[in-house]
Design a protein around this ligand. Structure first.
Ligand code: ADP
Length: 244
């Protein structure tokens, strides 16, 4: 969608004052819910996301079981109050799509073969949405999986880059997403840089696509460090408590 809004000032700053390669502010806390096996609360700019993990537990109904490995079921949900105009509660095409791509991304790093016939359930609740919720949700889910003690090859992480006013920038905000030219969310395994998710909205030239991909990849590595810090923070305090 085009608009009269100027997304980049003459000084090269974006609407929220960021430069083209800056991420929004990110805050992550691991282990915030008592009843879930693992959980995480994440703020990413104006996004607020809770992730809760249950399992591995017996998959029901039984016909969903895989005798060779666990199934990974992520359920992404945007709260009715998370957007400006109240959103109709319950699943819609968009949330079904996001749940599917996040499930498939997480499944690639979880050691599902350790838990035949089991289900690993990941609930992602978006409390406040301001663009980039699939990346925020996946990154929160990854920390919740670690908190639940689910064995994984790596801690997956997601970040997007996009194009506004013909310029490739990192991590689109709300107006940039609405009125920009393109958005490229990716998720990776940061240890190997294997791509776990890649979606694209809008149009890039090959050169712009490569620039956006490299930028999103760097963004993923920055978010990955914040994820690791959040996990260490929780478990260092747990270890200190046990030692006391
Ligand atoms: P993502 O949140 O991963 O960027 P989209 O590109 O589909 O996914 O959505 C961009 C943003 O548009 C969301 O983060 C949210 O702020 C807004 N949005 C999505 N769905 C709705 C809706 N039903 N009503 C109002 N705003 C919405």
């Amino acid at each position: 969608m085009k608009s009269d809004i100027k997304l980049i000032t003459d000084e090269g700053k974006r609407l929220d004052g960021r430069g083209p390669h800056d991420l929004r502010k990110i805050k992550i806390e691991a282990g915030v819910l008592h009843r879930a096996d693992g959980s995480c609360y994440l703020e990413w700019g104006g996004n607020k996301v809770l992730a809760a993990v249950y399992g591995p537990r017996e998959a029901v109904p039984r016909h969903t079981q895989n005798p060779l490995k666990a199934i990974v079921q992520a359920r992404y949900n945007m709260a009715a109050f998370s957007v400006e105009d109240r959103k109709r509660p319950g699943p819609d095409r968009r949330s079904v799509e996001i749940s599917k791509v996040i499930s498939e991304a997480l499944e690639k790093v979880i050691l599902t073969e350790y838990f035949p016939r089991a289900s690993i359930d990941v609930n992602i609740e978006v409390l406040d949405a301001e663009a980039g919720t699939r990346c925020a949700g996946l990154s929160a889910a990854a920390v919740a999986l670690v908190d639940a003690g689910i064995p994984m090859r790596d801690i997956p992480v997601a970040c997007a880059a996009g194009k506004i006013e013909g310029q490739v920038v990192l991590d689109l905000g709300k107006e940039e997403d609405n009125f920009g030219d393109a958005d490229l969310p990716i998720a990776i395994s940061p240890r190997t840089d294997e791509v776990l998710l890649l979606q694209m909205d809008g149009h890039f030239t090959v050169n712009e696509f490569n620039q956006a991909f490299d930028l999103a990849l760097k963004g993923c590595h920055t978010v990955s460090e914040i994820q690791k810090k959040a996990i260490l923070e929780k478990y260092q305090s747990v270890v200190a408590e046990v030692q006391e």
